[in-house]
Design a protein around this ligand. Structure first.
Ligand code: NAD
Length: 440
């Protein structure tokens, strides 16, 4: 069976489970190649927005580099909150893009909820074998220990009754240059024939595919590549804590000029869907505590660094702190595991008068996520004796020429991303970039 052909000639369709960043982007790119894609999501609002031709996550437009409206109008891209439609024989390829983490931990209940529905579909013994491609992040050995045994318990074998592939995503949604088309992508399957099928399907969109010898390998790649980053980012903070009286920011910038070393800087630590969880993913099946101690220490330091920063500000005596930025990264509205959340909560728990502004979040959202009030930017900056800039949203960099006129009561600015480094601050303000001498 040539899946590429049947998808291209419209005999077959793609079903996508979960229409968030990953699922919607899969739908957007395949539908642009004139493949019919239907995305299922439990979030009815999201389904309605997609079906109206709009993006529920606005920033995705820059990353895609095109609009989904055309695909929606031509019915190549639709969303649904009724997964039963996938029982139709024309849905032969299933991409799984639901969350596999909850509260900062790997979490597989949703995945198994989806697999339960897929088992019904696979059992129908359609003459075209269903293809299941997992895009969500898995822990190492999850396929072998959990997913495949689950199918086998239902008398369904990969390769025989369905095609199984693991093709994790490593997109960087901030930069348009790293799109699903161009980014290097690893995939693997249970046998050579299945692997060829997965490759054929992915190659409709992805130009740079790397075939792993098995699904076990491709599954491990995802968490291990991020665990490397987790460790390197955290090492910058450990170095800064070990040498508090040195400008570790400068040292690491120069270290990064070496041809085979990345550039890292001390700061608030990691956030988002992937990096903070990666070490936990790698450690998930490792019961022996003496193994992978580097990753165990990484998790400890990375989880604690934002609390140490909060404690240092309290120790310095600041009482009214204004925080700029809730997202974990600039120019994005993503607060999943943002280190700013525990940072603000710690300050609040110690009685500090703390407020937060993020142009991507409403006052209500800010109150719900961190339990503090928002403030008017830049006018209300005058209320604070300390300002913390956690990320580099473009709004924080814009029109800052006269920002000092709002800093009448400010004594200290901690800038995690060098957002205000070009400003000449008056003498009453100490301006510190994270990682500089005595920043923490
Ligand atoms: N966002 C990234 O940058 C990124 C990068 C690489 C890998 N991943 C991985 O991809 C997976 C999905 O991430 P995401 O960023 O797209 O998440 P997301 O939160 O943006 O989207 C997940 C979607 O799944 C939906 N959903 C939840 N339960 C469902 C269910 N039972 N059935 C159908 N839909 C359901 C949610 O409503 C949501 O729309 C995760 O495993 C994540 O680790 C994400």
């Amino acid at each position: 069976m040539n899946y590429k052909d049947i998808l291209k000639n419209g005999k077959s369709k793609i079903a996508v489970w979960g229409t968030g960043y990953i699922g919607l982007s899969t739908m957007a790119f395949f539908s642009k190649s004139k493949i019919k894609c239907v995305g299922y999501d439990i979030d009815k609002k999201k389904v309605a927005v997609i079906n109206s031709g709009k993006l529920p996550i606005k920033e995705l437009k820059d990353w895609f580099g095109f609009d989904i409206k055309n695909s929606v109008n031509k019915k190549y891209l639709t969303a649904t909150s009724n997964h039963n439609i996938f029982e139709d024989n024309s849905f032969n390829v299933h991409f799984i893009a639901i969350p596999t983490e909850k509260n900062g931990k790997p979490f597989f209940d949703i995945l198994f909820n989806v697999l339960e529905k897929l088992i019904k579909i696979v059992r129908k013994k359609n003459k075209i074998k269903p293809v299941i491609i997992i895009e969500s992040t898995l822990t190492p050995q999850c396929s072998e220990k959990k997913i495949i045994p689950y199918f086998k318990k239902n008398n369904l074998k990969p390769g025989k009754d369905f095609i199984y592939g693991v093709a994790p995503r490593r997109d960087w949604f901030v930069e348009g240059t790293k799109s699903l088309v161009d980014i290097d992508r690893v995939f693997g399957s249970t046998d050579i024939k299945s692997s060829k099928i997965i490759k054929d399907i992915l190659s409709i969109v992805c130009k740079n595919l790397h075939e792993a010898t098995s699904h076990k390998v491709s599954e491990m790649v995802k968490s291990i590549e991020n665990a490397y980053r987790h460790m390197e980012i955290t090492l910058a903070n450990q170095l800064s804590l070990a040498y508090p009286n040195e400008n570790m920011r400068e040292v690491l910038k120069l270290v990064g000029t070496k041809w085979n070393v990345g550039t890292y800087h001390p700061g608030f630590g990691t956030g988002g869907y992937c990096i903070p969880l990666s070490s936990q993913y790698v450690l998930k099946e490792i019961k022996n505590k003496s193994k992978l101690t580097l990753l165990r220490e990484t998790i400890k330091t990375d989880t604690n660094i934002n609390i140490l920063i909060a404690k240092s500000l309290i120790k310095k005596g600041y009482k009214k702190i204004g925080v700029l930025g809730l997202s974990y990264k600039g120019n994005l509205k993503v607060d999943i595991l943002s280190p700013v959340i525990p940072f603000v909560k710690h300050l609040r728990s110690k009685g500090i008068n703390v407020s937060l502004f993020d142009p991507y979040y409403s006052n209500k959202e800010i109150a719900k996520i961190v339990g503090v009030k928002s403030f008017k930017y830049p006018q209300d900056l005058s209320k604070f004796d300390c300002i913390v800039i956690s990320i580099d949203h473009k709004e924080f960099k814009a029109n800052i020429k006269n920002i000092t006129k709002y800093l009448t009561n400010c004594k200290y600015i901690l800038d995690n991303m060098k957002v205000w480094e070009k400003i000449n601050f008056p003498k009453h303000i100490t301006y510190k970039i994270s990682g500089e001498k005595n920043w923490i």
